[in-house]
Design a protein around this ligand. Structure first.
Ligand SMILES: C[S@@+](CC[C@H](N)C(=O)[O-])C[C@H]1O[C@@H](n2cnc3c(N)ncnc32)[C@H](O)[C@@H]1O
Length: 567
């Protein structure tokens, strides 16, 4: 490989005019000098460097663990192959990057993950595949990268073909990964891993609940826990797809980052465990007035004289959300743990050992994984200190540390979340939190200022209620839930223009089409769906798309957001 730090003769010869080279990790790609041009051959977003750095670390750790766990099986398979054909190649650990774009990620996997033997870099776009060829050559990793130009759904559906035997599949689409989940859960090896990105945060966060239901099978609630809720909806969707084929997921690391969701899940198989799925997914009920919420699984496992059976859950929504008059239901979503802490620790120590010049996001990655280790893994969702409690009580509340102490002193656990700041994740029942907050408000003021508050208003109900038997103490507690254990940066400021980016124009082979995936204002405008186009911009873009379609015969669908029907 050409030394990445050299900018000598050899490189200048390889970079065509109008192009530049971009360095990321140990890889470099050749990319148009004008990145904002309408017609870039393949998609590349520098803001996803964090996603790629993390994915390299996770992939290498997973590959090491997978080979170790399956050592006997791999050895047996290799000796059987050798007996049949002495020249047979040994078994290879393959990773499929199903939506590869420029091939940057695949090149990085090839160069930075020593335990991964092969990467299949696939993209439906002809121009993207040309870039993958060029970039894998440029990085001198052609031997490790197999290139495919197929619809990812078809490619993964070829799972019965013994050649596509992949322990890891990476899905990094524009917008939602849901069109690819069905074939991905079937194609990945037993005990293999799916790495899944979803960038349609607007949909997942509850801005378009009907679209979220259509894509993910889950109805999101508009609430301050929307970031973690988005992760849980994606996990639910993967679990449901897996269950249909006798498989189930184990989340290894599940993240909300900047403008997207990235989850790493192990895919197991086994009918007995698949049945348990109904006890891991469920609904959330939230009162928009008091901001209180509760959750319940869709099914419960009940012990019987002869063993156990699955039954519908006992739903205690009303008693779990005191002062609620009008509960709104969201879901279903994943209610189990988001992370496997042992795996997170292993990835974290791998990152700690790496060179900061290669993984430029090292400091942030370590902070993020530390935040994952700190968060309560068995408590779904959280409250925002001011935006939930403060707003309801119309009172400037105590510092986080004091409320956390009070919760711990009352005998419960509390933590922060990697997903956002200023939140309280706790196993304390809501009546305990209201007891604490009521006691605090009363300790700060004698005048509760309720004269003008309607008698049915939730603030009045909370503040005039009889104090429960919660032990109240605002003394600073000594507990790991109180303050960060390691002094690492958890939420560093982000660079300017950090966010989703416009999709590249797709050039497909004749006869190829995008199954179940249309270009919409969400995924065409960006890879995040966070910034929506105005109606005028969409009309303009539609016209441009139609013009292209006729001029170049490239299948670009008009923006469905302009039509009245949902599809
Ligand atoms: C967000 S980009 C991938 C970015 C890349 N993984 C990276 O890290 O830079 C999505 C890519 O998916 C490709 N794509 C979209 N639909 C596809 C399909 N059905 N099959 C294969 N590739 C597809 C697009 O051409 C585009 O290059």
């Amino acid at each position: 490989m050409v030394d990445p730090d050299k900018t000598g003769h050899e490189e200048a010869e390889m970079v065509p005019e109008g192009f530049k080279f971009i360095k990321e990790g140990k890889a470099r790609i050749i990319y148009p000098s004008n990145e904002d041009a309408d017609d870039v051959p393949a998609f590349y977003n520098p803001a996803q460097v964090f996603n790629r750095d993390l994915s390299c670390a996770v992939l290498e750790e997973f590959a090491v663990q997978y080979k170790e766990k399956n050592k006997d099986f791999i050895d047996k398979m290799n000796s059987e192959k050798k007996a049949e054909n002495p020249d047979a190649e040994p078994w290879k650990f393959r990773t499929l990057e199903a939506l590869s774009a420029s091939g940057l990620r695949s090149c990085r996997y090839a160069l930075e993950c020593d335990t991964v033997d092969r990467i299949i870099a696939n993209d439906i776009s002809v121009s993207a595949v040309q870039e993958i060829h060029r970039n894998s050559k440029f990085n001198d990793c052609e031997k490790k990268i197999e290139i495919a130009n197929k619809d990812a759904i078809e490619l993964m559906a070829l799972r019965r073909a013994p050649k596509l035997n992949v322990p890891v599949i990476d899905l990094d689409p524009y917008g939602s990964a849901t069109p690819f989940l069905d074939s991905a859960v079937q194609a990945v090896n037993y005990g293999g891993m799916l790495m899944v990105t979803c960038t349609d945060m607007g949909v997942l966060a509850g801005n378009h609940p009907e679209a979220c239901f259509a894509k993910y099978g889950s109805f999101p609630l508009k609430a301050h826990f929307c970031h973690e809720q988005a992760i849980r909806i994606v996990l639910y969707s993967i679990e449901r797809a897996a269950n249909r084929y006798g498989r189930y997921i184990e989340p290894l690391i599940s993240l909300h980052l900047d403008f997207f969701i990235r989850v790493f899940v192990r895919v197991h198989h086994g009918k007995k465990h698949v049945k348990l799925s109904c006890t891991k997914v469920g609904n959330v009920c939230r009162d928009p007035q008091s901001h209180g919420f509760t959750h319940y699984t869709l099914g419960e496992l009940q012990k019987t004289e002869n063993g156990s059976k699955y039954v519908p859950p006992q739903v205690k929504t009303a008693s779990s959300v005191p002062y609620a008059t009008n509960l709104k239901q969201g879901g279903p979503m994943w209610l189990g743990p988001l992370h496997n802490h042992e795996f997170v620790r292993a990835v974290q120590s791998r990152i700690e050992d790496c060179d900061e010049n290669v993984w430029t996001t090292k400091v942030r990655l370590c902070g993020l994984l530390e935040a994952c280790l700190e968060e309560l893994n068995d408590v779904p969702l959280y409250y925002h200190m001011q935006k939930d409690f403060g707003i309801v009580l119309k009172f400037s509340l105590m510092k986080q540390q004091i409320l956390r102490s009070a919760i711990i002193n009352a005998g419960y656990r509390v933590s922060s979340s990697h997903a956002t700041t200023d939140i309280i994740k706790t196993d304390a029942p809501l009546n305990v939190i209201w007891d604490i907050l009521r006691a605090y408000v009363k300790s700060k003021t004698e005048d509760l200022n309720l004269d003008k508050v309607d008698e049915h208003h939730v603030k009045r109900k909370i503040l005039t209620d009889v104090q429960g038997d919660t032990k109240i103490s605002f003394d600073i507690a000594q507990d790991k839930g109180l303050k960060a254990i390691k002094n690492v940066i958890r939420f560093p400021p982000l660079p300017a223009n950090w966010g989703p980016k416009a999709a590249a124009r797709m050039q497909m082979q004749e006869g190829q089409k995008l199954d179940g995936k249309k270009k919409t204002s969400e995924n065409k405008d960006n890879d995040g769906g966070v910034r929506q186009l105005s109606k005028r911009q969409r009309i303009k873009q539609n016209k441009r798309a139609k013009r292209r379609k006729t001029e170049e015969n490239v299948p670009v669908d008009p923006d469905p957001a302009l039509s009245t029907s949902m599809d």
